[in-house]
Design a protein around this ligand. Structure first.
Ligand SMILES: [Zn+2]
Length: 401
């Protein structure tokens, strides 16, 4: 059980019935997240009773509440948080029909009560009390094994190593729209990275499919998909190429233009390192338990398959740079960069992460909203994939001879 081990399932109110079609509406006016009696009090009000489940995770300490058939509306989770004990609060879709609330806690806690009070509305009330790290650790090891329904990622059987593409078959391109669901990614100018990338990827998939390639998306809805799952999906379908698509924000604020990122243990600069960390952290805060995974990137870089795959990824990055620049589209002043992105770690699939632009840049935001600009970028990516596939297949033939 790679994910959610150490999870403590405390309650499932699955016997309550709700209409399938109607989502219970969240009522912010009578909901609260506050400090109370040395602990934390969470009160979530909905228009109707709902099945839910609450549990704790460690590293870092988090309270996770999964809720069925609820609509959180447009309110941002952070605006509800009045508790010093809650470091960050997030919510959003986690899988079809289910939403998740995650509260990152300032230390170890236990749940002293979890209940659903049903009157005119339904209130889910949770009380947390601080405990010692030792007590918390023992709570975690007693965690439920009954996780299958809830695990965010099912262990996928290790596929056979992918044979290198030769050009004889349609190129299988996995498009990975960054973020989604409870993880909106960057937010600026009233749009989220998750929705902008979903639209961009859908359009690109149509173009690739109409051009003799086979495009497969890691998500086709506003769903949360853990980074590890994106990689295992690509491996399970025998992808030839993995292209993760993003439009993040950068702290420096001045960064603009498309940027290609290749997997590396050492980041090209602190901004690149920070970007990769932020993606991992979004996974963590969504409730993915990364305990015991160690330094995945270090492990992957040692992998023999990587020795062959890495130069193929580098070639893909150069093909993208050439094609995007060739189309007259703006690239970052350092167009190819490196960092330890978890999503790029498939040992046998050439993988790159493309920041189409940065949502933190108003210029880039305007470009992303322009269908003419997007079309030019889609064509540039198609061109790069074609050029890359030809050179890659030629090299494969050479190696075999
Ligand atoms: Zn991103």
């Amino acid at each position: 059980m790679r994910f959610l081990n150490g999870m403590l399932a405390v309650m499932v109110a699955a016997t309550l019935c709700v209409g399938l079609a109607e989502a219970a509406e969240f009522d912010p006016a009578t909901s609260s997240v506050t400090d109370a009696d040395d602990g934390i009090s969470i009160d979530l009000a909905f228009s109707a009773p709902i099945p839910y489940r609450a549990f704790l995770l460690d590293d870092p300490a988090r309270l996770v509440v999964d809720l069925s058939g609820v609509d959180f509306g447009s309110m941002r989770a952070g605006d509800l948080d009045r508790s010093d004990g809650v470091l960050s609060l997030g919510w959003g879709p986690i899988r079809t029909g289910w939403s998740r609330l995650v509260a990152e806690l300032d230390g170890p806690y236990r749940m002293t009560s979890v209940e659903e009070r049903v009157n005119d509305s339904a209130n889910i009330v949770i009380r947390l009390e601080p405990i010692s790290p030792e007590e918390f650790a023992s709570l975690m090891t007693k965690g439920s094994e009954d996780n299958d329904l809830w695990a965010l990622s099912q262990p996928v059987e290790e596929p056979k190593p992918k044979r290198r593409q030769t050009g004889a078959e349609p190129l299988i391109v996995v498009l990975d729209p960054g973020h989604g669901g409870i993880d909106p990614g960057a937010e600026a100018g009233g749009v989220t990275e998750a929705e902008v990338m979903l639209e961009f990827s859908r359009e690109l998939a149509v173009l690739l499919n109409n051009s003799g390639m086979t495009a497969v998306m890691t998500r086709d809805h506003n769903d949360f998909v853990p980074l590890e799952t994106r990689v295992s999906l690509a491996r399970a379908i025998g992808a030839d190429v993995f292209l993760s698509l993003h439009a993040d924000t950068l702290a420096e604020g001045l960064a603009k233009g498309a940027t290609v990122y290749v997997l590396s243990q050492s980041a090209s600069d602190s901004a690149a390192a920070h970007l990769a960390e932020r993606h991992d952290r979004a996974d963590l805060l969504a409730g993915v338990d990364l305990t015991g995974q160690g330094d995945l990137v270090a492990e992957v870089m040692m992998d023999m398959a990587r020795v062959e795959t890495q130069p193929r990824s580098e070639r893909l990055a150069r093909a993208l740079e050439a094609s995007i620049k060739g189309a007259g589209l703006k690239m970052h002043r350092r167009p190819i960069q490196r960092a330890g992105f978890t999503v790029l770690k498939a040992p046998d699939i050439p993988s790159v992460l493309l920041e189409i632009g940065f949502l933190s840049s108003t210029t880039d935001r305007a470009r992303l909203a322009d269908p003419v600009w997007r079309d030019a970028m889609h064509q540039a990516i198609l061109g790069a994939l074609r050029d890359w596939a030809v050179a890659d297949a030629a090299e494969a033939t050479q190696i075999r001879q």
